[in-house]
Ligand binder design. Structure first.
Ligand SMILES: *[C@@H]1O[C@H](CO)[C@@H](O)[C@H](O)[C@H]1NC(C)=O
Ligand SMILES: *[C@@H]1O[C@H](CO)[C@@H](O)[C@H](O)[C@H]1NC(C)=O
Length: 372
């Protein structure tokens, strides 16, 4: 009897040890392996609907972003985490969420850096440049509320000392383009109105509308560019506000004909065309000015300064450079700056903010936002 229960006890102990090791291994995977090196979850059910066969038939594979099934089910593979607004301990930047349109759910996360000298500083803390930011994620994933963008906007607001508004526009494929553009335009005009006359207190009391910046990364940079184009073709923003600077971080642009240095691999090009078509539901061709700025009337861009960043290993780098060159040649009356990081991948600075290259990139962003 005793011997048997001892054996059982030993068995139990072994089992517990095995479970512990498994748990430790899982935790290691989740916390130590960077996002990009994690394998996306395998497609298909669960959590699909087992009694609907179409729920496990892939209709469009947009890995590593999402997979859409024939039933219409959308499985996002990344950018689904959310974090709360609050006060960032490291920088003292305060953030809060605002609803811009209750009907559509259009919202934003706002950021305000601490007053110089702390809360007991001088009575009038002065006005700060206003930054409207559009997050990236191929128009299909990520959010103004993900830890990735929350951390980035905290860092930018702290370092550049701007009132930032990170826009929560609606995503494809549930809302195909032009929804993201329309939401973004509505949000930009909301900011312009509120920084002019309120009632939103951070914009009304602390924002300097004479220094309005519009920025984004990847798909968000595509949006930012299209907002400045729209301001140029639709007669400006609400209340007569004007965009001072446009900041495009590794912008997502494409087109039928490769520009110098762009991939000529047919499979890759077909894939970029297919994903654009997925994002806009076939509404706009791959040479539409919305995605190919080389076919846009760039001289109508409504801002006086533009900065374009590019990363050496990024498929989008050549067209970003071509954009800057085309803008210079377009007769547009402004100044364009370029910032390049060799040897880095698309939007590397978001994932690895502490890397020396990311720190340098942030210094460039800060410098641009500090200019007139
Ligand atoms: C699952 O699919 C079946 C068949 O298409 C449908 O009748 C049912 O409502 C679905 N269940 C859920 C929870 O969507
Ligand atoms: C707002 O920005 C403009 C342009 O840089 C500057 O001249 C003005 O002094 C600023 N206003 C305030 C209140 O800081």
């Amino acid at each position: 009897m005793v011997a048997k229960s001892k054996r059982q006890l030993a068995k139990l102990a072994l089992l517990a040890l095995a479970l512990l090791l498994l748990l430790a291994a899982t935790l290691l995977c989740v916390f130590l392996i960077p996002r990009h090196h994690r394998k996306p979850l395998p497609p298909g059910p669960p959590p699909g609907n087992a009694s609907n066969p179409d729920d496990s038939v892939v209709a469009f594979d947009f890995s590593p972003y999402l997979i859409m099934y024939k039933s219409g089910r959308v499985h996002r593979l990344d950018g689904t985490a959310r974090c709360a607004a609050g006060v960032d301990e490291a920088t003292g930047v305060a953030s809060k969420d605002v609803v811009i349109d209750g009907g559509t759910g259009l919202a934003a996360r706002m950021y305000l850096p601490p007053a110089p000298g702390g809360a007991k500083g001088k009575k009038d803390p002065g006005r700060l440049p206003v930054l409207v930011f559009y997050h990236g994620g191929a128009f299909v994933i990520e959010s103004a509320f993900t830890p990735l963008y929350h951390a980035y906007l905290n860092a930018v607001a702290a370092k550049a000392r701007v009132v930032a508004v990170s826009v929560e526009y609606r995503l494809a494929p549930e809302h195909r383009l032009p929804t993201a553009y329309d939401d973004s335009w509505q949000a930009l005009n909301w900011v312009a109105r509120n920084a002019g006359s309120g009632p939103e207190p951070w914009l009304r009391d602390r924002g300097n509308l004479s220094r309005l910046f519009v920025a984004g990364d990847s798909a968000g940079a595509n949006i930012a560019h299209n907002m400045a184009m729209r301001a140029g073709t639709e007669g400006g923003l609400d209340g007569g506000a004007a965009i001072t600077g446009l900041l495009l971080l590794d912008p997502y642009f494409w087109g039928k004909k490769p520009v110098a240095g762009e991939t000529t691999d047919q499979a890759t090009r077909r894939q970029y065309e297919a994903t654009w078509s997925f994002i806009c539901g076939g509404r706009y061709g791959i040479d539409d000015p919305l995605v190919n700025p080389l076919s846009a009337e760039l001289r109508r861009l409504a801002c006086s300064r533009v900065a374009v960043t590019s990363s050496g290993l990024d498929d989008f780098r050549p067209r970003g450079m071509a954009y800057a060159a085309a803008l210079r040649d377009s007769g547009w009356d402004g100044v364009v700056e370029q910032y390049e990081t060799p040897g880095e991948r698309h939007v590397y600075f978001l994932d690895r903010p502490k890397d020396p290259n990311s720190v340098k990139e942030l210094a460039f962003v800060t410098g641009f936002l500090s200019g007139e």
